[in-house]
Design a binder for this molecule. Structure first.
Ligand SMILES: [Zn+2]
Ligand SMILES: [Zn+2]
Ligand SMILES: [Zn+2]
Length: 147
């Protein structure tokens, strides 16, 4: 993580890239993140936010970044999500582990389900958790991390 990325992750800086016109005339539009309190555009969506959008996970609370909502916004709320851990083949139900009593939509016994905090964990595009905050989440209680 670069220093700039670290700043962005800490909510101190958010780039706001203009639309780019490609050589073939098409436009590349950066996804923007709107404040979840008042809807004002805050700048570029982070990679984590875009991944969450793709995965259908709750987007992080960004009211603290907003000039209007920031001063009165509470700490981002922790949201529990259940993730599955195991081999890619297993989590996609394409492995050869076949317990006799397993129904087709059930995971094999190599897969563990775990509850994590969606707010304080990071996800990549495939839905792999790259940074885990176990549930019940301790980050909010400590208070330091989200400020
Ligand atoms: Zn706002
Ligand atoms: Zn949390
Ligand atoms: Zn398996």
């Amino acid at each position: 993580m670069s220093a700039r990325d670290a700043q962005i992750a800490a909510g101190r800086a958010r780039p706001n890239a203009p639309d780019r016109v490609n050589p073939d005339g098409s436009r590349s539009i950066r996804m923007k993140r709107a404040c979840n309190g008042c809807g004002v555009q805050l700048g570029d969506a982070t990679e984590d936010e875009m991944n969450r959008g793709i995965l259908g996970l709750p987007l992080p609370d960004v009211r603290r970044e907003c000039p209007t909502c920031g001063p009165t916004a509470p700490d981002p709320k922790c949201v529990p999500v259940t993730i599955v851990e195991g081999d890619a083949l297993c989590t996609e139900n394409e492995c050869d582990h076949e317990p006799d009593d397993r129904t087709p939509d059930e995971y094999c016994d190599q897969v563990a389900e775990r509850k994590v905090c969606a707010t304080h964990s990071a996800f990549d595009r495939e839905g792999t958790v790259t940074s885990t905050a176990a549930w019940p989440c301790q980050r909010w209680a400590k208070g330091g991390e989200s400020r």
